[in-house]
Design a protein around this ligand. Structure first.
Ligand code: CA
Length: 643
């Protein structure tokens, strides 16, 4: 009896194992074959067991051959063989699964990253919990598909969404357009579908989308940047904003594939009110691998992005008319719809309210207000705090934006400057910091940055008409110099703007991106080419990353010397003691200067105050608290969890 059961179990396990490896049959399907009508190179040739026959397509790109399995199947393995003497045409080929005959919602199951041998089957295991009725092989760019044999293995099941494969550790963005139309316009959207696979493959979000090109210079590069407009406002990945519009930054000239992300991290450390959210992703369009991109915020007005009041059409009288506005001082301003030239010739685009919605009263208001700012900057009494530029410009955000540009070595900082003005606020705020393709020593026109005689923006950096004079004028104010020193000192000593910490960020991104970089540079083999404004080429991804590390170290030293570190400020900051929780208590130690302590609960209620001199402790119930410490003129906050 026991033996029979064992035998039964053995057969069951053995059979299940085999079932998972079952060769799947189905109806061959494909894009239009090469010699359509003649019966040559048709879909069935990829499934005839003959290495000398193959499928080839009529179109060169976005072409494919596969099977309609009749019902959903979980795919456990694929096997493929190239057309003889055309092995390389399978490199970067992609296996996709879908439950629609038009493949609009298809996701990548495997990417071929080594050209396989001819006259033999190369196998790849697939780990995906979802069942697909339609499965296919999509040939790489310009290859006419060209595959001799294709086999799918698996078993019948609808499966579930618990696990999708990633191709290189990063989230996957899989986009399909109707009829696999290529995205060739940055004016008109194409209709399509997009799937975002994230969290190691455990999350998928699929939506109807529109897609078009974006960017100015970058749109002319071979690897295209895109803009997505989802059907509904969505919080993608774990980004803060809920929005329809998202951007895919192409990073063609940035061979580290991380310059924007690195700059965003620096922007955060300087405490900018809003830093664009971005993550590295692998992008597929119509089944073709397009490379490693950054999925980023679109710069617009909404909570989680530029969080000012959004204007309505009826807001044509004060105080509503006073904001919010988002503008961009912008070299490309005259290519948009809603733009003006300032009194002194600066080109300015109004980004919000939108082109379509803006009222005449609104565009004249913001134009006049910007002209007032400009007049104040260039006025005789420009340093006067109540009538000069400070009455109309938030100096902290302006200088932080400036120093982020200088630290990252962004030669484009003043080629495009975002500013915003909120309702009933007198001042323009500068930011967000954006577009760092040429930063971190990636511009031959300024290389090597640390040999320049002055700040980048005052020497060789790109700047729109009159912008350099604008910046120069503000920096010529002694108070602005003091503010700059204060901002730099604080960032250097308390907000993690150190070479060690920033190099750690670089290394983290490099580790995350490296497998995707491998695929990216198979798709775009440019590691040994000078592209865009590259001043140097390293010949490898790791070498490109090393260039950035070397630059950061040198740049921080250069800026320490240039701006100076405020000794008084440091002393005050160093006098900050340490705060920690013990059972039922918060402890304060090493407060060399008397400090005012305010403790708040998580509802923002003040629960305790104390003037701490050297050592002290306060009894607290268990819970999470915010401790605010005022030492001299400097305030710190710290979260403390009391057990
Ligand atoms: Ca064949």
């Amino acid at each position: 009896m026991k033996r029979t059961l064992h035998l039964f179990l053995f057969i069951f396990v053995f059979y299940s194992g085999l079932a998972a490896q079952n060769l799947l049959g189905g109806t061959p399907i494909s894009s239009t074959p090469h010699n359509y009508g003649s019966g040559l190179n048709v879909a069935s040739h990829a499934f005839d067991g003959d290495y000398s026959t193959f499928f080839a397509s009529y179109e060169r790109t976005y072409t494919w051959v596969g099977l309609d399995l009749g019902s959903p199947h979980i795919i456990t393995k694929v096997a493929f063989s190239p057309r003889i003497a055309h092995e390389y045409r399978l490199l970067l080929g992609v296996i996709e699964g879908s439950n629609r005959s038009d493949f609009l919602d298809a996701v990548p199951l495997h990417i071929i990253d080594v050209a396989p041998r001819a006259n033999t089957m190369t196998e790849a295991t697939i780990d995906c919990s979802k069942g697909f009725r339609y499965v296919r092989y999509v040939g790489p760019n310009d290859a006419r598909c060209n595959i001799a044999e294709l086999k799918f293995f698996g078993y019948a099941s609808v499966g579930d969404d618990s696990h999708y494969p990633l191709v290189a550790d990063l989230p996957v963005v899989s986009i399909h357009t109707a009829d696999a139309t290529d995205v060739t316009s940055k004016e008109y959207y194409l209709e399509g579908f997009v799937s975002f696979i994230s969290d190691g493959g455990s999350q998928i979000f699929t939506s109807v989308t529109e897609i078009k090109g974006r960017g100015n210079y970058s749109w002319g590069l071979p690897k295209k940047p895109y803009k997505l407009k989802l059907e509904k406002s969505t919080q993608l990945l774990d980004f803060p904003a809920k929005a329809k519009k998202w951007t895919l930054i192409n990073n063609y000239g940035d061979k580290t594939l991380m310059r924007n992300l690195l700059a965003f991290e620096i922007s955060k450390r300087f405490g900018m009110a809003y830093t664009p959210a971005g993550k590295p992703v692998d992008v597929f369009l119509n089944g073709e691998y397009k490379g490693c991109y950054q999925l980023c915020d679109q710069i617009d007005v909404r909570p989680g992005r530029v969080d000012v009041v959004e204007m309505k059409k009826k807001d044509i009288a004060l105080p509503q008319l006073s904001g919010g506005y988002l503008i961009e001082i912008d070299a490309y301003a005259d290519r948009g719809n809603s733009w003006f030239t300032s009194s002194r010739g600066m080109p300015v685009t109004i980004k919000s309210p939108d082109d379509d919605d803006i009222k005449y009263e609104q565009s004249s208001y913001i134009k006049n207000y910007f002209n007032q700012l400009e007049a104040a900057v260039f006025s005789y009494q420009y340093t006067n705090p109540s009538t000069g530029y400070r009455s109309l410009l938030d100096i902290d955000s302006f200088l932080k934006h400036f120093i982020i540009g200088e630290l990252t070595g962004n030669t484009d900082t003043y080629w495009s400057v975002y500013m915003y003005k909120d309702r009933e606020s007198d001042k323009f705020f500068t930011g967000p910091a954006w577009d760092f393709d040429l930063a971190f020593e990636n511009d031959n026109r300024t290389f090597p940055i640390n040999n320049l005689s002055d700040y980048i923006c005052l020497t060789k950096g790109s700047a729109v008409n009159n912008m350099r004079n604008f910046v120069k004028r503000i920096l010529s104010d002694d108070n602005a110099q003091n503010d700059l020193e204060r901002i730099w000192t604080r960032a250097r000593y308390h907000d993690g703007v150190t070479a060690d910490e920033l190099l750690e960020v670089v290394e983290d991104y490099s580790a995350k991106i490296t497998n995707s970089a491998h695929l990216n540079f198979l798709r775009w083999p440019i590691l040994n080419q000078y592209v865009h404004q590259n001043p140097r080429i390293a010949g490898s991804y790791a070498g490109e990353v090393d260039f950035v590390k070397e630059y950061i170290r040198q740049r921080i030293d250069w800026l320490d010397n240039k701006i100076g570190l405020n000794a008084d400020g440091i002393e005050q900051m160093d006098s900050k003691g340490s705060v920690y929780a013990a059972y039922g208590e918060i402890h304060f130690e090493n407060f060399s200067t008397p400090s005012d302590i305010h403790i708040y609960d998580m509802l923002g209620r003040l629960v305790a105050t104390r003037l701490v001199n050297s050592i002290d402790q306060i009894k607290m119930h268990s819970g999470l608290y915010i401790v605010k410490m005022q030492t001299g003129s400097i305030t710190y906050t710290q979260k403390v969890l009391v057990p």
